[in-house]
Design a binder for this molecule. Structure first.
Ligand code: HEM
Ligand SMILES: *[C@@H]1O[C@H](CO)[C@@H](O)[C@H](O)[C@H]1NC(C)=O
Ligand SMILES: CC(=O)N[C@H]1CO[C@H](CO)[C@@H](O)[C@@H]1O
Length: 501
């Protein structure tokens, strides 16, 4: 028999339970009253799309963000558990990037210090502000910007990378494409190791090492939509088993990395000039503590391989689907008539250079970042009044594909727009960066310190790739970009053929 009495008393309790729950939810997602009124709000469900849809971030942008951003230059947007101001108008960005003290860097270590991502990155050269940033820069800058004169070590890793692609294709026959992403990750880890950690990780030579495996796990863990949108949930690892595991993975990565660099040959690095050597000495001299040492080591490891990895993922897509560009680049590279180009030769090729800048423009690996906080009430670009202690950020994909900035062909891949000789390309890069028309590496005081290395490394791998291979996109592959976080194609397959050289 139905127990009506119980049901009624239970039903009576529903509002009693529901009202506080709704109030809490309302309080949690409400837009603070002092947020700027003269810019539109992106509805919260768009920020939460990742929870139920697998739309790529280019589609999400085109559908919901492009119009308000191009019209108003900035929007209010929900991200990582709070309301933020996101800007794309160059004039606003110049203002933001120039006034370091007003729009202060504040990464997850400040915003969500209890979170998994904060456990991963800590307080480091990228997200620190003020004295700490100055300290880290004074220690690491020389290592980050070390001039690379010999192309041979990077060329050797790129050669191995191409060998592996060819081998994998042989195993698959000629109809199915190679899954390029995992091989790219091994290439990127190897290049990072020999240039910043003073250690050859042999990620290409010996696949499946734990340090490599952890990278795949970390990337998956960080961008779990639920925790990405509601980082407050990270406060309860007891409730969420997978978050407990996530914290353990971050710890394991740090321990393993420190262990790996400590085991490198000690005799040669007394006066080593790589980032790890400078960090070692700073730790020994007591300039930084163990925690700061680990945070900066980890962030160098991550940032120095991850962005290049994503950019090369995108490169396979662009060249595979645009043979004319692939062929034009090949012609320029073959005209050098050498399999072992020096850095001078590599740096003298204008098309190669402009192709890489165009890749960075249309597929900026760091496509959106909200990691600055206002330190007082301020007027962004003189017109948008933002309250103190509000998070602000930028979207590079939006800036780079705005037709009012880049012209009606903004969405087309046209390397020629950068110029036809190295000098004019350099000038274009400089002026477009200063004006914040191009922000793949950010701009002004906090711009990327690894830019020189990143571009050289891409030039070298492209030389080797197009010299030895031709490739097409697997006909069964349909382009889909990642839905959040770093921007790149998902699960790309390419059919590669070795050229007769
Ligand atoms: C294609 C490759 C790369 C891209 C697209 C890229 C992009 C960026 C961006 C957008 C920022 C600004 C981040 C922010 O505003 O918080 C940045 C900063 C930084 N990048 Fe890169 N990066 C790349 C490669 C590298 C490499 C290879 C290194 C070497 C370790 C590196 C080291 C750094 C450092 C240290 C900063 C912080 C600079 C500062 O705040 O003073 N990057 N990068
Ligand atoms: C801005 O907010 C921060 C954090 O709440 C506070 O420490 C700081 O004093 C405020 N600055 C001003 C100028 O009110
Ligand atoms: C977006 C995407 O698929 N990127 C991939 C590039 O390759 C690495 C290595 O396998 C993957 O981890 C990334 O997810």
């Amino acid at each position: 028999m139905i127990d009506w009495v119980t049901i009624f008393s239970w039903a009576r309790d529903i509002p009693v339970l529901l009202i506080p729950a709704l109030l809490i939810l309302y309080w949690y997602i409400r837009i603070p009253g002092n947020m700027p009124k003269n810019i539109p709000t992106v509805p919260i469900y768009i920020s939460l799309l990742g929870l139920w849809s697998d739309m790529g971030q280019d589609d999400i942008f085109d559908r919901w963000l492009r119009e308000p951003l191009e019209k108003h230059g900035a929007v209010k947007i929900w991200f990582a558990g709070r309301w933020n101001v996101l800007a794309t108008r160059p004039q606003f960005l110049v203002d933001m990037f120039r006034q370091e003290d007003v729009y202060a860097k504040a990464g997850s270590q400040k915003k969500i210090p209890w979170s998994v991502i904060a456990a991963l990155v800590g307080d480091n050269i990228i997200n620190a502000h003020g004295q700490n940033w100055k300290l880290y820069t004074s220690i690491m800058k020389a290592g980050l910007q070390r001039r690379i004169t010999d192309s041979a070590p990077l060329l050797e890793k790129s050669r191995l990378f191409v060998d592996i692609l060819v081998e994998e294709q042989k195993k698959l026959g000629i109809e199915k494409g190679v899954l390029v992403n995992p091989i790219i990750q091994r290439w990127a880890l190897s290049c990072m190791g020999i240039n910043f950690m003073n250690v050859d990780l042999e990620a290409l030579e010996r696949p499946g090492q734990r340090l490599e495996e952890l990278q795949t796990i970390i990337k998956k863990t960080l961008f779990k939509p639920l925790f990405f949108n509601f980082p407050d949930l990270d406060k309860y690892p007891g409730l969420f088993r997978q978050r407990k595991d996530a914290f353990a993975v971050m710890q394991e990565f740090g321990d393993l990395l420190v262990d790996t660099v400590r085991r490198r040959i000690q005799s040669t690095d007394q006066d080593g000039e790589q980032v790890v050597d400078y960090l070692d000495r700073a730790l020994k001299e007591g300039k930084i503590d163990e925690e700061q040492y680990r945070a900066n080591l980890k962030v160098t490891f991550l940032t120095a391989h991850e962005n290049a990895q994503q950019l090369l993922n995108s490169t396979f897509w662009v060249f595979g689907s645009n043979k004319a560009i692939q062929n034009k680049l090949r012609a320029e590279i073959l005209a050098t008539d050498t399999a072992n180009p020096s850095t001078e030769t590599i740096n003298s090729l204008p098309y190669l250079y402009s192709v890489i800048l165009e890749l960075l423009r249309l597929y900026p690996p760091v496509s959106q970042l909200i990691n600055r906080v206002t330190t007082s009430t301020c007027a962004l670009g003189g017109s948008i009044t933002i309250p103190n202690h509000t998070w602000v950020g930028w979207n590079a994909f939006g800036v780079h594909t705005d037709q009012s900035i880049w012209g009606p062909d903004a969405r087309e891949f046209k390397p020629e727009r950068w110029g036809s000789d190295v000098k004019s390309i350099q000038n274009a890069l400089r002026s477009k960066t200063t004006a914040c028309h191009f922000i793949a590496f950010n701009a002004h005081s906090r711009k990327c310190l690894g830019q020189g290395f990143a571009v050289l490394q891409m030039k070298i791998v492209l030389c080797e790739l197009v010299r030895r291979l031709e490739w097409d996109i697997d006909p069964g592959y349909e382009l889909k970009l990642t839905s959040g976080g770093i921007m790149a194609p998902l699960g790309l397959r390419a059919i590669v053929r070795e050229r007769q050289v």
